[in-house]
Design a protein around this ligand. Structure first.
Ligand code: C5P
Length: 140
């Protein structure tokens, strides 16, 4: 996406995915030391690179970060999260994926946890992810 600013602040597009396994558990990833918001738990995903769609971003990030392979037909858009930080606005489309291949492995030093939907409330999350929890608990 080319650079967009809103009221003087940069708009950052980050795509995220609720990866749901056959037991109905959801994958959370802990942001590693050295990254902004380190220690908080999030839905896997990352920045949408120029020329990418959010779906392509999710497919790339799942592969790079956790060794999971999936395809566009396996991704369904759920909702948008957003948060305004001091220096940028974050806009985060959330997808759900129930069909994927591989076993999730932490390829970037992050901790990973498969959790039951209600257990997600026990994991501190960044401000954009946290409001998605009641929505996902209802859905799942
Ligand atoms: O994951 P990454 O560091 O590429 O994300 C870019 C920025 O987006 C982070 O610095 C963080 O501020 C924000 N972010 C967020 N919530 C997420 C993922 C990223 O607020 N779940």
């Amino acid at each position: 996406m080319s650079e967009v600013t809103i009221a003087g602040k940069r708009l950052l597009l980050v795509a995220a995915c609720a990866l749901v396994d056959a037991d109905g558990r959801v994958l959370l990833a802990q942001r590693p030391e050295g990254k902004q918001l380190a220690g908080l738990w999030e839905f896997p995903g990352g920045k949408v690179e120029p020329g990418e769609t959010p779906e392509q971003c999710i497919i790339r990030e799942l592969h790079e970060e956790i060794g999971i392979e999936t395809d566009i037909p396996c991704l369904a858009p759920l909702t948008f999260a957003s948060h305004s930080y001091d220096d940028f606005h974050l806009l985060m489309p959330l997808f759900i994926c129930r069909r994927f291949r591989g076993i999730a492995q932490p390829r970037e030093g992050q901790a990973l946890k498969w959790v039951r939907p209600k257990q997600m409330r026990d994991y501190p999350m960044p401000p954009a992810d946290a409001p998605l929890i009641p929505f996902l608990i209802d859905l799942l």
